[in-house]
Design a protein around this ligand. Structure first.
Ligand SMILES: [Zn+2]
Length: 341
């Protein structure tokens, strides 16, 4: 049973969706300056059978859009008769950012740097606090769907704490090009979730401001893999690629010379120590600086914006890249290996 006529609520209660049904909600989270509601669109798909709550969040950065159709597709295709548990999809976590086509909230703050916010804080703090308090706390697992920022492009990569067994499993099930081991940082939504005992990964689904069919397909399969792996759906994990590149951390290179920037390697390319990765020219075309890779690495993301003020980003490099195998059938499933972080 699907009821996509949205219900407006002040607090999302996933248990209010009847078993075997999908409901669309507008979460009335704040009022704008004219006293009108700002409402977050959320789908709740509750299976006929009891089970965990898998949360999917998209567009916490307002111009990072590839997660939106992933949530729509996953929920549209769910077989609620067999689903164990609930899938919650927050389709546009940062509503003012989406409407402005911008990464940040409408007070200029990055919501992924201030979670869990404050109940009596400023504009962005109170918004993210309500998102956490009224939605996120009900999740048992979180997949936070992002992309690169404006002026940059990403590989399809996942940020995850690979020292946590279930989180590592969630990361590998996404079948990304690259996984960057990254302990949960304070004040990200992922870090906030981890602090609440909710295993969480951040998926960086390529590029901002667009819908990209290829990575949307892969991202959708990745979420389905998690549903199979958690025994929420009957089925086999799909793994059309054979491996993923795991990096033990990553870092950005920045320019110390302003001018027109050309970055050479594409995303997912390997670079070796000393290899030229970028040049800066002045507006007359004279090369004023070249940049070389400080170590062997893989390109996780890169700038595509030639207009480079001193201190701009060049490339995002993954450290100590090594290939790890795809999930194999004989490994225990996440459903049987869940631990308290
Ligand atoms: Zn983001």
């Amino acid at each position: 049973m699907t009821d996509l006529q949205p219900h407006t609520v002040r607090v999302l209660d996933v248990g209010e969706t009847p078993p075997g049904s999908v409901r669309a909600h507008w979460l009335h989270i704040i009022n704008n300056g004219l006293g009108e509601p700002v409402r977050v669109p959320i789908l709740v798909a509750r299976g006929k059978h009891d089970g965990p709550v898998l949360g999917l969040t998209a567009a916490l950065h307002g111009n990072e859009l590839n997660g939106i159709p992933i949530i729509q597709r996953v929920i549209a295709d769910l077989d609620l008769e067999v689903l164990r548990g609930t899938v919650v999809g927050v389709l546009a976590a940062n509503v003012p950012g989406v409407l402005r086509g911008e990464r940040s909230f409408n007070d200029g703050v990055d919501l992924n740097h201030i979670a869990p916010g404050k109940p009596n804080g400023n504009n962005s703090q109170v918004y993210v606090h309500r998102l956490v308090d009224r939605v996120l706390k009900q999740f048992d697992f979180l997949i936070d769907l992002h992309t690169a920022s404006f002026g940059r492009v990403n590989s399809y990569y996942v940020r995850a704490d690979m020292n946590h067994a279930v989180t590592a499993r969630l990361a590998r099930l996404q079948m990304p090009d690259i996984i960057v081991h990254n302990p949960p940082s304070d004040y990200t939504l992922r870090g906030c979730a981890a602090g609440l005992g909710i295993p969480a990964v951040t998926c960086e689904l390529r590029d901002p401001n667009v819908f990209q069919p290829g990575v949307i397909d892969t991202g959708t399969l990745g979420v389905l893999n998690v549903l199979y792996d958690l025994d929420m759906l009957e089925g086999e994990v799909v793994c059309p690629i054979t491996d993923t590149v795991l990096c033990q951390g990553s870092f950005w290179m920045y320019t110390d010379e302003g001018g027109l920037l050309t970055v050479k390697p594409k995303v997912t390319a390997y670079v070796t120590e000393g290899e030229i990765v970028a040049t800066v020219r002045d507006i007359f075309g004279r090369v004023t600086k070249t940049y070389t890779a400080p170590e062997d690495a893989i390109v996780v993301g890169r700038s595509v914006n030639p207009i480079n003020q001193t201190g701009s980003r060049i490339v995002h490099l993954g450290r100590s890249p090594r290939t790890i195998p795809c999930i194999t059938a004989d490994e225990p499933r996440a459903a049987t290996t869940r631990t308290t972080p």
